[in-house]
Design a protein around this ligand. Structure first.
Ligand code: 5RP
Length: 219
């Protein structure tokens, strides 16, 4: 089974978490794009819909959805999003698409966070995927120096500007043994807006697509 088939399968499995009357948050990325294509089929169950990026908003609007801001919608029932890496404890690395800040806000505002991945994203320890960190532009070099002091390799995602007008630094060569503590520590660096570790608020449900079908993990 190829990667796209797995993404479609896991997106289809996520539909069962959308109950009638749901206030729904939608993440960003190619896996979520498969879900967006399926959403018109459950339109009558969606009461409100909120998006984590301009790219997702555009796609939802193309499918005829009226996208609300989080300020308008209030808390959301279910947030569905992909990830770049996930562990069995449902800790994640996110932000490969650069939408990590709004994604973290929606995950925080959601009663339930359903993460959808294919089995290539399941890892024993986070950190092989370069950790995205959103920084305010004037602090970029300062934050990069902080990572160099930790013997990590920060790389500026040159030419990329987030939906919030900020920069992304991708940090290579990390082995994140304690994601909760590391997320907290990095978040305290001045100039860091958001770290792409989702451990303090992990997923509640992890759906993993493989050749054998879609399995579900919860903590
Ligand atoms: C975007 C993200 C995505 O969820 C993550 O990059 C996974 O994307 P894809 O489904 O394309 O592999 O965090 O900021």
């Amino acid at each position: 089974m190829d990667e796209i088939e797995k993404k479609v399968n896991v997106a289809r499995a996520a539909l069962e978490f959308i109950a009638p009357g749901t206030a729904l948050g939608i993440g960003t990325g190619s896996t979520v794009n498969c879900l967006i294509d399926l959403l018109p089929g459950v339109r009558d169950r969606i009461e409100r819909i909120v998006s984590s990026s301009r790219a997702t908003t555009r796609l939802l609007e193309d499918h005829g959805f009226d996208v609300m801001t989080l300020n308008e919608a209030g808390d959301i029932d279910v947030y569905i999003d992909g990830a770049d890496e996930a562990t069995k404890r449902l800790h994640l690395i996110k932000g490969g698409g650069g939408a990590l800040t709004r994604e973290k806000v929606l995950a925080g505002a959601a009663r339930r966070f359903v993460c959808i991945i294919d089995d290539s994203k399941l890892v024993g320890m986070l950190g092989s995927f370069p950790l995205p960190v959103e920084v305010i532009p004037m602090a970029q070099q300062f934050v990069m120096r902080k990572f160099l002091k930790m013997r990590a390799q920060p790389v500026w995602r040159e030419g990329f500007v987030t939906d919030n007008g900020n920069h992304i630094v991708d940090v290579h060569d990390l082995q994140i043994g304690n994601p909760v503590e590391f997320e907290q520590r990095l978040t305290q660096i001045p100039g860091v807006v958001t770290v792409g570790i989702f451990a303090q608020r992990p997923a509640d449900v992890l759906l993993i697509a493989s050749d054998d079908g879609v399995r579900e993990l919860r903590v």
